[in-house]
Design a protein around this ligand. Structure first.
Ligand code: ADP
Ligand code: MG
Length: 564
């Protein structure tokens, strides 16, 4: 109806379109996500104005839905919504100029880079509506605003210099976008392909999405529900859905915050033991990042540290703009803050579990303790080390049943005269208890932490530096000492005298012992630093000690095992 008006795109837009149209970006499927998110935004906007200003809108009782149609014969994809729609001016404005920050950033990046590089980064920026031109020879937009006086218009462009706009009859309130696909993009005229794209990016969009008449998004975005209202069964179903598994959640952490950041989050700790997949540090994480129900990144490593990679779940923050590029996301201050909030939530959650439900925590630790150890060794964030320190568990000589205790508990068990925290590195509990290194401490009834793995000593080093910080000990001077080091401590002359007096009948004389020491020194030469007396052994004739890092010796031993 009426003559079509021709409008030039603004220079900036033209430049963007030019790059978009020529782009060979392989993940050009994101254009579907962009158009669906615009449709969803339009519906949300309509919901808002119809509740705040019902007198000024038409079609209050219509269904708020998104309809998508594929047509292989015509090689078209149609995306239609019943949202707010656009007036003529809004179409000229919104579809003719670049307002969104993502597109601006994109252009700036291109100015700073080589032409060739542009094509590789385009999809990462999600250039909104214009991304349709990655796959379209022509785009027709039919739209009608929600005001009772509004009439329909059709906007059309091939994405080069200009667009046409023209009044049009029989346009429903809302927006219909017809994408005429390039030959090489004909896959997007196929129902199966579009179904996959919707599943991937738009499965939790708030309004129903119909693909060729069938509703797609039937799984509710559970993370947006009131945490108290979600049943265990719903959690299990959702966990299985996102984790693609038959497991059940061991723990669930579902919470909302609005200040200082908007967060809607549900996180799951799997019941099953970690598989090889989780064990590998190269594995993807199990967190999907959304903004207002639209996927930004599945398997994102932005939201939790690597060592928490066994957690599955969804993080949704309205504060994150959809069109942030990967690079921008990574360097964003906002992301860093979200990540810190989430990580401390997880750590606090585990701490509460360890206090309130130690039995289940012990089970969790048995299966996933290794990750906590990785955490304390790898994290750079000092406060997090402290939090992790409280979550670690160790066997000690005191727990006959082989159960583990935390460092807080250990500190409570210290003997009055005990200034040091002792640990013993040994391959097993039995070997630790029978170790000559352990004798003298056992006599004094000191609690000793046992570590069985080569890396445990590293973990302990980390742990101990936080004991004072954690204010578990009110005075300084406590330090961590390996039992071996304790054995190296010089035995005083008085102690030696006393020993020979007490053992006059059942041991070598002091002179014979001196001879023996001299003999050993000559025989061993520079293979040893020293040979000396100790009065600390009862059942063993002698022991070998190393300067530090008992576990290092342990490690060398395992290594040479592997070599031979
Ligand atoms: P953004 O969504 O970030 O604003 P887009 O390039 O995706 O940027 O869209 C530009 C603008 O076009 C939107 O802000 C909106 O005003 C308008 N628009 C796009 N699609 C629709 C739609 N389906 N219904 C109503 N308005 C739309
Ligand atoms: Mg958009």
């Amino acid at each position: 109806k009426g003559a079509p008006e021709n409008h030039e795109f603004k220079a900036e837009t033209r430049m963007l379109l030019d790059i978009v149209a020529k782009s060979l970006y392989s993940e050009n499927e994101v254009f579907v996500r962009e158009l669906i998110s615009n449709a969803s935004d339009a519906i949300e906007k309509f919901r808002y104005i119809s509740s705040t200003n019902p007198d000024n809108v038409t079609g209050l009782d219509r269904k708020l839905e998104i309809h998508i149609e594929t047509n292989k014969q015509n090689r078209t994809l149609i995306i239609q919504d019943t949202g707010v729609g656009m007036t003529k001016d809004e179409m000229i404005d919104a579809l003719g100029t670049i307002a969104r920050s993502g597109s601006k950033n994109f252009l700036k990046q291109i100015e700073d880079s080589q032409q060739g590089a542009a094509a590789n980064i385009i999809g990462q920026f999600g250039v909104g509506f214009y991304s349709a031109f990655m796959c379209a020879t022509k785009v027709d937009v039919y739209s009608r605003g929600s005001h009772p006086d509004d009439v329909g218009y059709m906007w059309t462009s091939d994405g080069t210099g200009s667009f046409e706009i023209q009044e049009c009859e029989d346009v429903a309130v809302g927006t219909k976008i017809v994408i005429h696909l390039k030959a090489e993009c004909r896959e997007y005229a196929e129902e199966d392909r579009i179904r996959d794209v919707i599943k991937k990016y738009s499965n939790f969009v708030g309004s129903p999405i119909y693909l060729n008449g069938n509703q797609m998004n039937l799984v509710q975005p559970l993370w947006l529900m009131e945490p108290k209202e979600v049943t265990d069964d719903q959690h299990t179903e959702f966990f299985r859905y996102i984790g693609n598994s038959f497991d059940i959640p061991r723990y669930k952490l579902h919470f909302k915050t609005d200040v200082p950041l908007s967060l809607r989050t549900v996180l799951y700790f799997p019941e099953g033991k970690p598989g090889l997949f989780e064990m590998s540090r190269d594995s993807d994480t199990g967190i999907a990042l959304y903004t207002r129900k639209i996927l930004i990144q599945s398997k994102t490593d932005l939201m939790l540290p690597k060592w928490l990679r066994f957690i599955k779940g969804v993080v949704d923050s309205e504060d994150i703009p959809l069109n942030l590029s990967r690079e921008l996301l990574q360097n964003s201050n906002l992301i860093r803050r979200l990540r810190n909030v989430l990580t401390s939530k997880v750590l606090k959650f585990l701490y509460d579990k360890s206090v309130k439900d130690p039995e289940s925590y012990e089970k969790f630790y048995k299966d996933y303790g290794l990750f906590l150890k990785e955490g304390i060794v790898t994290t750079q964030e000092q406060p997090q080390k402290e939090e992790i320190a409280k979550l670690l568990r160790f066997e000690t000589n005191k727990n006959d049943d082989g159960s583990r205790i935390g460092i807080e508990e250990y500190i409570k068990q210290l003997k009055e005269d005990q200034k040091e925290i002792y640990y013993l590195a040994a391959p097993s509990r039995a070997l630790a208890l029978n170790s000559p290194y352990f004798e003298s401490l056992q006599k004094r009834d000191y609690p000793v932490l046992f570590c069985y793995e080569p890396y445990d000593e590293l973990v302990l080093m980390q742990l101990i530096s936080y004991i004072v910080l954690m204010q578990l000990i009110s005075y300084k001077g406590h330090s961590l000492v390996s039992v071996e080091k304790e054995m190296r401590r010089a035995t005083s002359t008085e102690e030696v005298d006393q020993f020979f007096q007490e053992h006059a009948s059942d041991t070598l004389s002091q002179r014979d012992t001196d001879d023996l020491v001299r003999f050993l020194k000559t025989e061993l030469g520079n293979k040893v630093a020293n040979v000396k007396y100790t009065s600390k052994l009862d059942h063993h004739p002698c022991i070998v000690t190393v300067e530090d890092m008992a576990a290092a010796r342990h490690f060398i031993k395992t290594q040479s095992h592997q070599l031979t």
